[in-house]
Design a protein around this ligand. Sequence first.
Ligand code: 4AD
Ligand code: MG
Length: 473
Amino acid sequence: MDYRRTYVRDIFTFAPGTTTSAYGWVKTRRDSKGISFVQISDGSCFKDLQVIVNEGIIPAETLKSITTGACVRFDGRIVDSPAAGQAIELEASGVEIYGAADPVSYPLQKKGASFEYLREIAHLRGRGNTFGAVYRVRNRAAFAIHSFFQKRGFHYVHTPIITASDAEGAGAMFAVSTLLEAHPVPATETEKAGSRFQMTSVKPEEDFFGKPAYLTVSGQLEAETLAMGMTNVYTFGPTFRAENSSTSRHLAEFWMVEPEMAFCDIDGDMNLAEEFLKEVIGDILENCADDLAFFNQRIEPQLLETLSHVVSSPFERLTYTEAIKLLEQGGEKFEYAVSWGIDLQSEHERWLTEVKVGRPVILTDYPKEIKAFYMRGNEDGKTVRAMDVLAPRIGEIIGGSQREERLDVLEARITEMGLPLEAYWWYLDLRRYGSAPHSGFGLGFERLLLYITGMKNIRDVIPFHRTPGHAEF
Ligand code: 4AD
Ligand code: MG
């Protein structure tokens, strides 16, 4: 057996009369007088292939074991289909059953199972319509992202997953250690910390790396070192956050796309972000039409209309200060009161994008107190050149900024924020030797997928989610 064989997707292009074999998993079998209908799928496309099995072709015992979930190969001939919604079907001449699936215990038996239930059987849910579609869109989006950057001369760089520096200076990091097991934190402390172990419970100098080490929250700082030499680079890898937030938009392990550009300011950064989102969404509209049609029909009405609109209209650009004014004057009662200086909550972001503007919004020039240490300070001394892209339904989808390229300003900022200057010696070296104005951003890949698919929970756009209290599979 070779991987180079016919996919169900290919079979739909075959002319009636062609003999072929179809490999896949059984979705359903329905028997009527003298004929059985079997729907099979192999994940290659949204549509299932209908196989018709005329009485007498397959022994009755064999036919009985062709049940939902079984893995099979049907050999046969393509014929015109009288059924609505499909041009052709496969008339079986024989079958091979690779793996039966006990219909009594097969967990994916029920139609219309809840997404919560399907999360518990994430190892099987990819066989269903919704998750097949999600994973195909995920695959195509990853491809479109690489292609977007490669076409523009960006170099794909690999930044470390284990790191000693806190890129966001926010402290929501998972410790990496070979000593932790011997020194677990007591249960109550564990809950407080939001992660299972605390680094303070071991002697870091005796640990594997000789110092505290963590799972990275962002590849940005290392990407910056590569941009200062390679000019335009991007990373696309897993990142980790030990925030104890069980929301529909947060994962403890998620994938981030992070371009970093030398000789680029915040305007160039925004332009790239907008061009990037439009091109990737446009690619999915073009190449995953069947999957999107399904999401549009079953998950999010008006999805297609919204996505087409996003591709063709300019994003709104506002400063944080302007956004605060709009929020204050909008007459809306928010749970979390609005005033200049607050970190925008999802209710505010959604009001701005959904009610006020009706499409994605790029907010810039946030107060420095609520943003990371590395952002370029503005002349007003109060705000930084941050830019967040907010999307309707999702809120923040991209976070980025122009970077502080002035050594003295950056040192002062790190100290002011109570971060250890020594730990950032190599990051400061970039400003010491051949510093350049530069900018970049981070796109949360799963947030983008929520936006494109209309799925409501971020746990449903990654095959195996990691969230507080959950690391199955
Ligand atoms: O805004 P963030 O924290 O920015 C950074 O990490 C920068 N270092 C990026 C850069 O400039 N290179 O995170 C970037 C994006 C967010 O806008 C959001 O889409 C996503 O990452 N994100 C998460 N996605 C899922 N689960 C979480 N817990 C996330 N935290 C951030
Ligand atoms: Mg952010």
